[in-house]
Structure formats: structure tokens, C-alpha cells
Design a protein around this ligand. Structure first.
Ligand SMILES: Cc1ncc(COP(=O)(O)O)c(C=O)c1O
Length: 447
């Protein structure tokens, strides 16, 4: 077992001044490793160990850490005295907005924020203003940020959740203390891939918005079944709720136009973060112009307040423009490269589990993949929680960390390939996965 004495020392110090010792508590995880350098596809920890990184800081690093093109643009901006003017508009935010409206077909008009959570918060508030309704539908197993409407029902243990409910809704299981009870009553949590439950909730409550990741990528890679997203569109039109695609993880990673451009379903509003600027803090909320205009509604009583000291800060805005430019270069070489590596990873993993006689499947969309120890790709959280051996998954992830492969050590978390990964990185990873699975004792393996 690797020891991490330097990491321990840094954490011990940080805990004196920061609750939990870390600035985002979902980064608090065992083994507690402090990373001190990141470059391309690699992470280095405080002890000097190097890892091939598939965590990608929860997925923003689609081009890899410190992509040279993006870094150069940012350095140039700083040299040119980039500063937050914070007064009036800027040429830069206009450039980014135009690029996005040109390349993301579901976006006619766009606003910028600093994080995915801010953007989903504003999307839901806008939906409430537009509809004059208060209720919101979210997905069991989806994650849309830390605020009151959405910080619930992610990886809820089945003992707490109870049996599968369809059509119907699950009890609200908050992820945060401090959410008022009255607010919880406005949030309705249903299965992904379950249109009947959407209808059930819409018949009972005045629903302002349904927010969903088009692929659930906070519990691996759970894809929409054929017709599901189109069904959501139909129900949004029938019941008059605002359909919000949370593409914070899928946006740019699967296509410039997000998963919406792949599935051909246009949401009313869409939210991007993470890969939008390859790791720099910026998010966007975009959609139909007639809806977005409510942020600047001429009637004050209808106007939705959108304000933020750091919105469209020149550094992340420059990084986002450079990221889009890089993604557009050489007729989509970035997407071709990650698709090739993703395909090789999937094929390699499938061969390994077949050789070892394991009950396992690989779910993948482009550069995002997850190995599930089940006989089918899960269709929703309930299916996953009932059938996937979480302890085996975590055991594998920890074993891989010992071997220099960093899959985030929480079961079912998505693995992310970047443009900086090489074929050799994938081959090394596959060898280490096979070795790791062979060393895991037979009684843990669900054969
Ligand atoms: C799908 C999705 N939506 C929203 C968020 C929240 O984004 P942020 O952490 O930037 O607030 C996340 C973060 O992981 C996410 O995965």
C-alpha cells in the first residue's frame, strides 16, 4: 500500500484553517492525495508519484491540463493587461457569445456565469419567471449543482429511497442541511428514462421546469433510451414547462453543440460549464432568444436578476474562446482523437472482462466511459444501485491508483479521456486494469 506522508502533512495543516481541509468537499476522498503538478494527461502528487489522469478534475479538462493553445491565449491576455473592467460590456464577451450562438444550435442568446451551479440556478429561476409556476422536476441520479432546487437524490442508498416507483416520484433526499422544508416540497425527483413519471408529476403540480443531464454523467455514463429526450420535448410542449438540458458535463465534451446536437432534440434552455473553457471558471446559460430576453425584460416586475462581479472575467472568457478555436481546428481532430482512444479503451476493457469471465459492461459516449459490473448498461440510478457491486468498483479504483492510474476513487464515477491522452496511455491503462482485476481476490469478484 502506497503511503502519502507529504499529502497527510499538507492536509493536516489545511484542516487548521479550512473546514475539512479542502475547498470543495466533494474532493475530500480516500486515499487523501495532494496533487502538486498537472500537465497534459498526467497528475503528480506531493510524494513525486505520477498518474495517468482520468478524473480530469470532474471532467473540465477535455483538451488536457494546461493545453498549450489555451494557455498561450491566457498568457497573452494577461500580458496585454487583461483586467476585469466591470463596467459596461466588453468586446471579449461579445466575441464569445457570437462564437457560441454560431456553433451551438440550441443557443440563440447566451449569458455567462462563473460555475455550473450558478447557471442551473439562473436557468430554474428564469423558468419560474417565464411560467409563473414554482415546481421543478429533477432526476434521481442526476447532479445539477449545490443549490436548494437540485442538491438532492444523487447516489441515494436504496434503503433510503425505497422500491422503484413508476409512474410516481421518489422522496426528496437532500444532500445539504439548511434547505427549507417548503422549498423541498417544490422539487420532484423521478427516474431517468421514465416519461410516465414526468406525466404523473405534471398532472399533480404546476411544473415550471424539468432539468436533466441528457446523459447522466455523475453516476458513470447512463444514456437516454431511444425516444426519451424527444419524449421530454413533447411533454414540455404539452404541459408548458421549460425543458433545461444540463450540459455542464456533456457540453463540448461530446460535441460543440453538446449532446443536444447529437440527439437532435432542442431544449428551451441549456447550461454549459466545465469543458467550456478547459478548466477555467466560466459557465453559460443559453437558449431561445425570446426566453433569454427576460433577463433584460423592459418590465421590472418580469425581469430576472442576473448579476455577478466576475461574470465574463477576461481570463476565463479568453480561455473559452481559445477552447472553441482549438476544437474547431483541423476539421475536428480533437473529437476524432478522443473517439479513437475511447473506442480502443472500450474494446480493450471488454476483452479483459471477457478473458477474466467477469460480469461487466462498458458504457461510453466519446471520451467518457464507465465500467459497470453488471450484465447490462444501467438505465437509471435504481437499476444501477440494485445491480452494481460498489465495493468491487472502489476496490478496483484504489488498486489502479497504486499503479499510477487515477480513476476517481468513488464507485460509478465517470472516467474522462482528453485530447492530451495518447494511445500508449490507454494501452498502459488497459494493462493495469487487467493486472488489478487479477489481483482482486476471487471472492470479491461477482462472477
Ligand atoms: C451536470 C452538472 N451540472 C452542474 C454541475 C455544477 O457545476 P459547478 O461545480 O461548476 O458548480 C456539475 C458539477 O459537477 C455537473 O456535473
Amino acid at each position: 500500500m502506497r503511503l502519502y506522508p507529504r499529502s497527510e502533512e499538507i492536509l493536516r495543516k489545511n484542516r487548521c484553517f479550512i473546514p475539512g481541509g479542502v475547498a470543495s468537499l466533494n474532493r475530500s476522498i480516500k486515499p487523501e492525495i495532494v496533487f502538486v503538478k498537472r500537465h497534459g494527461a498526467y497528475l503528480c502528487d506531493a510524494e513525486g508519484n505520477r498518474y495517468i489522469d482520468y478524473h480530469a478534475a470532474f471532467a473540465p479538462h477535455f483538451l488536457g491540463h494546461n493545453d498549450p493553445y489555451v494557455t498561450e491565449a491566457v498568457v497573452r491576455a494577461l500580458r496585454d493587461h487583461a483586467s476585469l473592467y466591470g463596467s459596461g460590456t466588453t468586446i471579449l464577451e461579445g466575441q464569445l457569445a457570437e462564437l457560441i450562438c454560431r456553433h451551438v444550435s440550441s443557443v440563440e442568446s447566451v449569458q455567462f456565469l462563473n460555475s455550473g451551479s450558478e447557471a442551473t440556478y439562473q436557468a430554474i429561476r428564469l423558468a419560474r419567471a417565464l411560467t409563473g409556476r414554482d415546481h421543478v422536476v429533477v432526476m434521481q441520479g442526476g447532479y445539477n449543482g449545490w443549490h436548494n432546487d437540485v442538491s438532492c437524490n444523487l447516489m441515494t442508498p436504496l434503503e433510503e429511497l425505497g422500491p422503484r416507483v413508476s409512474p410516481g416520484e421518489y422522496p426528496y433526499k437532500g444532500m445539504s442541511a439548511g434547505t427549507p422544508l417548503d422549498h423541498q416540497k417544490l422539487v420532484h425527483c423521478i427516474n431517468f428514462n421514465d416519461l410516465e413519471s414526468v406525466e404523473y408529476v405534471c398532472e399533480k403540480y404546476p411544473v415550471a421546469a424539468l432539468i436533466t443531464e441528457p446523459i447522466l454523467q455523475n453516476i458513470g455514463v447512463i444514456k437516454p433510451e431511444a425516444g426519451y429526450l424527444a419524449g421530454l420535448r413533447r411533454l414540455a410542449d404539452r404541459y408548458g414547462f421549460v425543458l433545461i438540458f444540463d450540459e455542464v458535463k456533456t457540453g463540448f465534451r461530446h460535441a460543440l453543440g453538446g449532446y443536444a446536437s447529437i440527439c437532435g432534440v432542442t431544449p428551451d434552455l441549456v447550461v454549459y460549464g466545465k469543458a467550456l473553457a478547459n478548466g477555467y471558471p466560466i459557465a453559460m446559460l443559453g437558449g431561445k432568444k425570446c426566453l433569454m430576453e427576460w433577463f433584460a425584460h423592459p418590465e421590472p416586475s418580469k425581469r430576472v436578476l442576473l448579476a455577478g462581479t466576475y461574470n465574463a472575467h477576461p481570463v476565463p472568457t479568453t480561455a473559452a474562446i481559445a477552447t472553441i478555436e482549438r476544437l474547431l481546428m483541423n476539421e475536428g481532430e480533437v473529437y476524432r482523437h478522443v473517439e479513437q482512444l475511447g473506442g480502443r479503451m472500450q474494446q480493450g476493457l471488454e476483452k479483459i472482462v471477457a478473458r477474466l469471465g467477469l460480469n461487466a459492461v462498458v458504457a461510453r459516449q466519446g471520451s467518457a466511459f464507465c465500467l459497470y459490473f453488471m450484465d447490462h448498461c444501467p438505465k437509471d440510478w435504481h437499476d444501477l444501485a440494485a445491480n452494481h457491486p460498489f465495493s468491487l468498483d472502489e476496490y478496483l479504483r484504489r488498486e489502479l491508483i497504486e499503479r499510477g492510474i487515477y480513476f476517481f476513487p468513488v464507485a460509478t464515477k465517470q472516467c474522462s479521456i482528453s485530447f492530451a491522452h495518447s494511445r500508449e496511455d490507454v494501452e498502459v491503462t488497459l494493462r493495469q486494469v487487467e493486472e488489478s482485476l487479477r489481483t482482486i481476490e476471487g471472492n470479491i469478484l461477482a462472477k
